[in-house]
Design a binder for this molecule. Structure first.
Ligand code: F6R
Length: 247
């Protein structure tokens, strides 16, 4: 995996946005894999500015989000569809019908998971997948124990993930306990992957991902199996890495 250590959150966001913009410029029909959470907010801000100031054109691109909470209607204020609308989709020229987020309130969730996998395949697969990392090493909502053969499915969120995400809800009781998430196999199917991490809380997970053994206990370590991963971390998130990797 290629490791890029930058000074801070702003630099991480700029570098990541630059890679995405280059990809979309090189291949206007890029299929983007997108993440939510706190980490990519700055990257989306940069992408909006690259579109509005520099004319980066998303009109022929498509996007697939990693995950969505089970039970939340698309327009719920805390749904990942709403997050994507607010942070990116409303500000760039990616047509709405080309944006895909799993439907967390689908009546038949199993059918929804299958449909989502098929839609990704029909689009020709994901060209560039953006990932964050959980404090527990999850990617998407693939919690510890998720194996490399998993595809889009309903997953149970761990207590630590619900605690980490409670900041977006009025109380932890309101955080959904399940999500629909792309699997590890779905993620590893992307042609390129960019993983972003910022802040000391991620340092341990980043070190286990890059320097630990390949294990389902740290789902991000399974990215070692992929031939084209760029990990962009700030100095705090890199603070538990060995001197060898940091140099
Ligand atoms: C988000 C996602 C998660 C987050 C991870 C880190 O779509 O799939 O894996 O990337 O939980 O979240 P933040 O960025 O809020 O620390």
């Amino acid at each position: 995996m290629k490791l890029v250590i930058v000074k801070d959150y702003n630099d991480m966001s700029k570098q990541a946005a630059k890679l995405i913009a280059e990809e979309v410029t090189r291949n206007p029909k890029t299929v983007l894999g997108l993440a939510t959470g706190g980490t990519p907010v700055g990257m989306y801000r940069e992408l909006v500015s690259l579109h509005q100031q520099d004319g980066v054109d998303f009109s022929q691109a498509q996007s697939f989000n990693l995950d969505e909470y089970v039970g939340l209607p698309s327009l719920h204020p805390q749904s990942y569809r709403t997050y994507m609308n607010e942070n990116l989709f409303a500000h760039i020229n990616l047509p709405e019908e080309k944006t895909h987020v799993p439907q967390g309130d689908a009546e038949d969730l199993e059918a929804e998971c299958k449909r989502y996998e098929q839609a990704i395949a029909q689009a020709g697969g994901i060209d560039i997948q953006v990932l964050g990392i959980g404090n527990n090493g999850h990617i998407g909502f693939n919690e510890p124990g998720s194996t490399k053969d998993t595809t889009t499915r309903v997953v149970a969120l761990t207590q630590s993930t619900m605690e980490a995400n409670a900041r977006y809800f009025d109380s932890i009781q309101e955080v959904p306990t399940q999500a629909v998430s792309m699997g590890i196999q779905t993620i590893l199917g992307a042609k390129k992957i960019i993983l972003l991490a910022s802040g000391e809380a991620k340092a341990q997970a980043v070190s286990q991902m890059l320097e630990g053994e390949l294990t389902a206990d740290v789902p991000a370590s399974l990215l070692q199996l992929h031939p084209d991963v760029t990990v962009i971390v700030d100095e705090e998130a890199a603070s538990a890495l060995s001197a060898k990797l940091r140099s």
